[in-house]
Design a protein around this ligand. Sequence first.
Ligand code: CDP
Length: 225
Amino acid sequence: MKKNIITIDGWSSCGKSTLAKQLAKELGYVYIDSGAMYRAITLYFLRNAVDITDKKQVIESLENISMEFAFNEKSQQSEILLNGENVEYLIRDLIVAEKVSDVATIKEVREFAVAQQQKMGKKKGIVMDGRDIGTTVFPKAELKFFMTADIAVRVERRFKEMYEKNPNVSIEEVKNNLEMRDYIDSNREISPLRKAADAIVLDNTNLSMEQQLKFALVTVEKLGK
Ligand code: CDP
């Protein structure tokens, strides 16, 4: 069967990665979490106290960063390695989430990440989620989704996820973080979060995981016709 590129963009915590993982599994595609790359870069910057207003420091730091995804048999998912270290869990911390959108506004950071993402899509057969995948990374992708869900539902979902790992997290912190990231992501100069003109909107506020997968699979099937 012909292999395609499927892109999933949308607001923070609206289930993009859940759908992307489901689709990749069903179709035998590779799943790439582009947000994990921005989060890993942010973690590196935090650890090395990189001043993100200093272009020289940013460029030099990027030269020392290598990122790859490796499939973890135990968790049954692909996880990100930063200079060989598995940081998949560390990058989900609020400390990283609080800085990532500022880091993702930097031109050099975006060029660095986008070039690697485009390389990963060379062989097609890929589902990639993020903010600019259908608009900038793969503008010619065969299928594009733009996901959304009510803010209250998104906050609730992300709070549950984070609370399991850290019971000290508050719902207000999570809500503020999602709203702040959505604001920065959709107002930045380079590749702001936008629905691509040819993207299909998927609002999953009232959909179960099974229902959203079904919706996406029906759309994928139509591609072959
Ligand atoms: O999972 P969630 O929707 O909360 O976010 P994520 O996909 O892990 O992305 C984290 C952050 O990375 C976003 O808020 C954006 O600031 C940035 N990002 C981006 O600028 N472009 C992408 N293609 C993906 C993420």
